[in-house]
Write a protein that binds this ligand. Structure first.
Ligand SMILES: Nc1ncnc2c1ncn2[C@@H]1O[C@H](COP(=O)(O)OP(=O)(O)O)[C@@H](O)[C@H]1O
Ligand SMILES: [Mg+2]
Length: 214
């Protein structure tokens, strides 16, 4: 049962244009009738590259499109932050869902819902049954045009690849000043080996940091 929250959230003006292009990319994918492209992992090489920012704002943007229903999942079990952004409890969430089948989905707006991360133990690795839990979420596909997953940084290994392997496709976020080409290529190979395709690569430049240089 979804719980309704009261606050409304807006996309920051500086992100409206790039997020609208990304939204159109995904709407185009769905218009081609590819039901297999609906479970999307937003992934990165390291922390701080903008994964959560892009996942949250892309979910908001897609949810405003007519008839869309979006489920956003905080699958960053190393450093979950979506519950803070959308001001909902952290748990029960994905971890408790995978471990005990107990989780709660919050309604952020009539067309956007959020499954928080839950409370992972340090160095938590999702169980093999993860695939079954995510297949269960897959049943939401009839209601949710897209299910977007905010994934942990992939370079360190751990929970990110395990979750990503269960999804249809991924969007790789690369922080312009943060990641070397070698690391990005290494992570790209790891995603493809996990059996998930990459639908696009976003180069994200943290404008506030550039501002500091001026
Ligand atoms: N395009 C951007 N413009 C301005 N600030 C950004 C942008 N992308 C990310 N940030 C900021 O950078 C910080 C890290 O972003 P975040 O999305 O939390 O990264 P990650 O989830 O990859 O660790 C946050 O404070 C966020 O607000
Ligand atoms: Mg994050």
């Amino acid at each position: 049962m979804a719980t309704q929250t009261e606050k409304t959230f807006e996309i920051p003006p500086s992100l409206k244009k790039p997020i609208a292009s990304l939204r159109d990319h995904f709407l185009l994918l769905s218009r081609r009738g590819k039901k297999t492209n609906r479970l999307v992992g937003i992934a990165s090489v390291r922390g701080g590259e903008g994964t959560t920012t892009i996942a949250a704002n892309l979910a908001l943007s897609l949810s405003k499109f007519r008839d869309a229903k979006i489920l956003l999942v905080d699958a960053n079990l190393t450093n979950p932050t979506l519950h803070k952004i959308f001001k909902i409890p952290q748990s029960p969430g994905l971890v408790e869902g995978m471990e005990k089948g107990q989780y709660k989905i919050y309604s952020i707006s009539p067309s956007l819902s959020l499954l928080p991360a839950g409370k992972p133990t340090p160095d938590y690795i999702p169980p093999y049954e993860t695939q079954d839990f995510l297949k269960g979420l897959n049943n939401f596909k009839t209601l949710n045009t897209f299910i977007l997953f905010d994934i942990s940084p992939l370079l360190a290994g751990g929970d990110g690849l395990r979750l990503l392997a269960a999804l249809d496709t991924s969007l790789l976020v690369v922080g312009a000043e943060k990641t070397t080409l070698d690391d990005a290529l290494h992570v790209k190979e790891a995603i493809l080996r996990a059996g998930t395709n990459i639908t696009g690569i976003v180069t994200n430049q943290v404008i506030s940091r550039l501002g500091n240089l001026c």
